[in-house]
Design a binder for this molecule. Sequence first.
Ligand code: PXL
Length: 275
Amino acid sequence: MKRVLTIQDISCLGKCSLTIALPIISALGSETVILPTAVLSTHTMFQNFTCRDLSDQIAPIADHWKSEGIAFDAIYTGYLGTIEQIDQIKDLFRNFRDKNTLIIVDPVMADNGKLYPAFDMAYVRKNAELCAAADIIVPNITEAALMTGMEYREEYDESYIKELLARLNELGAGISVLTGVSLEKGKTGVMGYERETGEYYIYQNRRIDAAYHGTGDLFSSTCVGEMMKENNWRDAMRIAADYTAHTIEVTLRNPRKPWYGVDFEATIPDLLNMK
Ligand code: PXL
């Protein structure tokens, strides 16, 4: 069985970060080891959330694993907390990376043209450094524009996306995938670039007119789980895009109108049959 380490916060209530990564990657058949970077009462779209930083736990936990001879097939990072913490995680990458370890970084920090409340441009630059240490990065357009210094656009064409991918590629990861890319009216999906082959990959499916929290984490966690099932990155991205769209549709049909997260619990059985 593959073993995945995922490093992100625990938002106790809110359906994002670890409360999505753990069930999804486990359901897809990999052992999922977690390293919580902070514990919050809810995600940061709620008012008055509490937050306890756990940075002082990262080194002792990693040291203990090292002394136990633990190795990982993949390390996947999502929402993190501080610049200092990203430096610690770069050290952890160096410590645990071997030739078979796939490092996936989702530089979660912004969406819809705006940084999340906790972050500033110094944090953006630090995330760009973390991306340099990854094999695969999966930013959205806002995060990519911030990290590359390009203008954020709501309306764009393929040449803008290709330029963003070219600049992401310069950050250093071998595969750069942009999420939330809409190249046709009524559609959305991903576009990726692989340095080794110089090839692009585009996948577009239906765009559902709704935005829910945690869908980026659902997409990334599904990609990681699918790649551990020996799927190549293109198939993993396609399945993750389909699964995320399906889950948003199911959530929209919920008469209780959840606002803070998607009903992924209801769609996990469908994920297991997706190809
Ligand atoms: O889904 C990304 C995410 C993860 N964790 C926390 C967040 C967010 C997005 O806002 O606030 C704490």
